[in-house]
Design a protein around this ligand. Sequence first.
Ligand code: ZN
Length: 315
Amino acid sequence: MGKRRQNHIVSSYVTTFLAAWCSFMVFCLWPGPVCADKVDHEETCRRIAGKLASVSLKDCLADGIVSSGRYSVLGIPLLIKEYPPLELREPQARVLLVGGAHGDEYASISIVFKWMDILNVHHSGIFHWIFVPLLNPDGLLREQSRRTNARGVDLNRNMPSPLWREIGYERWIDVAERNPRYYPGPYPMSEPETEFLVELIRHFKPHAIVSVHSPLNLLDYDGPGIPASTLGSLRLRRLGNFPGTLGNYAGIEHGIPVMTVELSSSGRLPTSGEISSMWRDLVRWLIDNVPIETEPEEIMVEEDRKELERRFFGK
Ligand SMILES: [Zn+2]
């Protein structure tokens, strides 16, 4: 399949999800228990803006930020924004950028909105982007925000890597001493937010993933290719990974480079100069290094989730 054809298919990603969402909304004109627990886009943005001082309702309702058609455990839409290929330019690569996997890392969500502001003005078509500003809305939007989702699962320990149980889950017991902040879930990809991310990676087939966290004040990197040495004032310090993390799942298992941006503070956003400088360094790194030579492998999906669930409860 030619690259252009593939891009065309990929660019219809949001359209497909939107169609599913619209059918859902039509269905939900009928009152009933099925619909009672879903929150709409505007209300979601109202809650996000109420929680994050540096994200306004207008920022969140901006053009192009849409519901993916997928929802958190508590029925909050998982928002995405796509910057599709431009008509006259073949993109160099597809890039997925994800914030807010951990609900108490406020700056990791706010900075994604700031970077979207920059890209809104400067999208030149060199990359085909999808942004997920907030993977874990339930963790953020609780009265007391927390790292884990509504079922107490750490989404960055719940990715469906091989050896999830043997290494990832066991590590939670032995090393994390069952600390609930790092609970990897009952089985891999048990959570709708994780399943959404896996499906997004499978459909979009990014050549690179940027994942934003805080407050470790460093730049981490998993997978093939050459890491950036700096991003603004952040310096590369590779932490390694283990089954259940996005770095392991995408970087090691599927050969997609994962750059993890660990901001220096969860509560304080970097200065606007630093936010721009990080963005410039990120784009420069992408231009020079992505796509890498190897092709991402086929990625597991829906059927695999059922198999994972069966294996877990079978033991
Ligand atoms: Zn984090």
